[in-house]
Design a binder for this molecule. Structure first.
Ligand code: PTJ
Length: 243
């Protein structure tokens, strides 16, 4: 039992969620380490959505609205921390949700699929779908459902390791990454990187999506026009350095 007045209450609650997901069998062992890495970077940005992330979120939402077949990729960690927000985001933005795991097992896929199903959300990427493989990815992350990631023009990824983002970008898809580490390969290779915790950025995306949905394409394109991911990442790093 974590006392509510504990100075690190929020952070400890997140750890509990991660631990519970591990006990329930859908969070990879390494998912705990990935979470710890995220905590460290979150500490460096002050555990709040910084201005550069806010800007990237606006650009991400505008790009999402203009996409034809946008897909939100989920794994063990993102499901454990943000399942409800992910479902809300998919609803408001008319996007699909697809399971994509680095440590893919039938059991983990089944549990994650059922968690979404219990909440009324359909997820792609399970073994019931027609699964194809994206060339150039050497891990089970290569799996992509035909109607989802395989044919998507935009993929939102979070808690990613390594090389998938690079391959997705090369294949012509737009990639939005939510990653607390501005130096990670995923963060560096994505088209739009949101350097923020998914527990803050996804609800904020939902809020902004509700606003932007009422705007016309011209307004959305103007938001996207002047954005440079490289510049934005640089500014995030400068912010960390200053702190
Ligand atoms: O796909 P699965 O479920 O089989 O699990 C794959 C994991 C998560 C184990 C795998 O992707 C992994 O090892 O990830 P990494 O290489 O540790 O990278 C995770 C990235 O996400 C790091 O850059 C972290 O800083 C970042 N991160 C961690 N927690 C959060 C986060 N970014 C945003 N919000 C978080 N809560």
């Amino acid at each position: 039992m974590i006392p509510k007045n504990h100075p690190r209450y929020e952070s400890l609650i997140l750890r509990e969620k991660i631990k519970k997901a591990h006990d329930e069998g859908y969070l990879a062992d390494s998912g705990m380490i990935a979470h710890g890495r995220g905590e460290a970077f979150d500490y460096l940005i002050g555990e709040e959505t910084i201005a550069t992330a806010h800007e990237a979120i606006k650009v991400a939402v505008a790009t999402f609205i203009l996409a034809k077949n946008p897909v939100i990729s989920v794994n063990g960690n993102s499901t454990a921390l943000a399942i409800d927000d992910i479902i809300d985001l998919a609803k408001v933005l008319n996007g699909k949700i697809e399971i994509n795991l680095f440590y893919r097992t039938k059991e983990r896929v089944k549990i994650i699929k059922n968690l979404f199903k219990e909440k009324g959300a359909h997820v792609l990427g399970s073994d019931d779908d027609e699964l194809l493989f994206i060339d150039g990815i050497e891990s089970p992350r290569a799996t992509a459902s035909k109607d989802g990631i395989y044919s998507a023009d935009l993929v939102l990824v979070s808690l990613e390791d390594g090389d998938r983002t690079e391959v997705l970008v090369k294949s012509g898809k737009k990639v939005i990454a939510i990653d607390l580490n501005p130096l990670s390969r995923t963060a560096q290779r994505a088209d739009i990187t949101i350097v923020d915790n998914i527990i803050r950025s996804i609800p904020l995306m939902v809020k902004i999506a509700n606003e932007f949905k009422k705007k016309d394409d011209k307004y959305l394109k103007k938001i996207i026009a002047n954005f440079s991911n490289e510049e934005n990442l640089k500014k995030s790093l400068e912010y960390i350095k200053l702190r």
